[in-house]
Design a protein around this ligand. Sequence first.
Ligand code: TRP
Length: 332
Amino acid sequence: MPTSTSTRPRVFSGMRPTGQLHIGHFLGALGNWVRLQDEYECIYSVVDLHALTTGYEDAKGIHDAGLEMVADWLACGVDPGRSIIFRQSDVPQHAELAVLLGMITPLSWLERVPTYKGQIEELGEHLLTYGFLGYPLLQTADIILYKATRVPVGQDQLPHLELSREVVRRFNHLYGPVFPEPEAIISEAPLLLGMDGRKMSKSYGNVITLASPDDEVERQVMSMVTDPQRIRKEDPGDPAICNVFAWQRLLGADDAEIAEIVEGCTTATLGCVADKRALAERVKGIVGPIRERREALMQDPGHLEAVLEEGAHRARAIAGPVMAEATAAMGL
Ligand code: TRP
């Protein structure tokens, strides 16, 4: 069990409790989180304050969504015996440090973060809040409050990490070397596309969540778009442009299985329906055990709350002294 004297480099990452996790999260971010536990001291946070930056109008569901997300994490192999798992709002130093960072960060740095203008264009003007502008500073506080040096994130988060590094340099320059500069670990998320070939997203209805029952998995997989040129089974197909084939590969089909599919598809002996049936079996084999574990965990919300409580306790034990160091450096 890691202690504060652990010499392993420290990892911090967080996820917003904004909706159900899907199989893409499992293959990308979460799979990475699970593996990192072997080598690093990992701290994983349900960043509920961040969820408020886009979901402040309907905040009531955030608590329960966080609990459900933790069930997904544990079901996928995030291990509270080895890693610290906690709710951001249970550790007040996150908000406190974010305020201090806000004092030293030029507005222009925040305005030029690409997600800022992009998300407002995409999601609407209700995001024109002080909190949303400050999102990357809260994220910076999350990381440096634990002096974490490694941050597993997707490609889309790189501008935030770059800003974090700039803010750290500015803090250290003004007040002395308190914080290390965090570095991203890019999870080369194998890009699983949704059933229709678009990005997987709940709003497109093209996802398989970690809670999907077998019949839902089947329904989704059977609705997948294959090579659009292949209209009848007698037409040879092209696996290179087939989403079903991409899924087979990303979900671990071995070389022999891949060769068999390529052969069958290109010679028109394997039909798309049979191909999809085989994929549905594979997906059920992955999602089924996760779903069963998450259901068992959801039966006992008290246990999940206790995991978060204990995590918060351990997180505060690190965050408190670091916060004291920061305020002392600033002369408060
Ligand atoms: N912004 C991240 C995302 O949307 C979530 C996040 C919040 C985060 N705080 C963090 C990620 C700290 C890594 C480290 O994915």
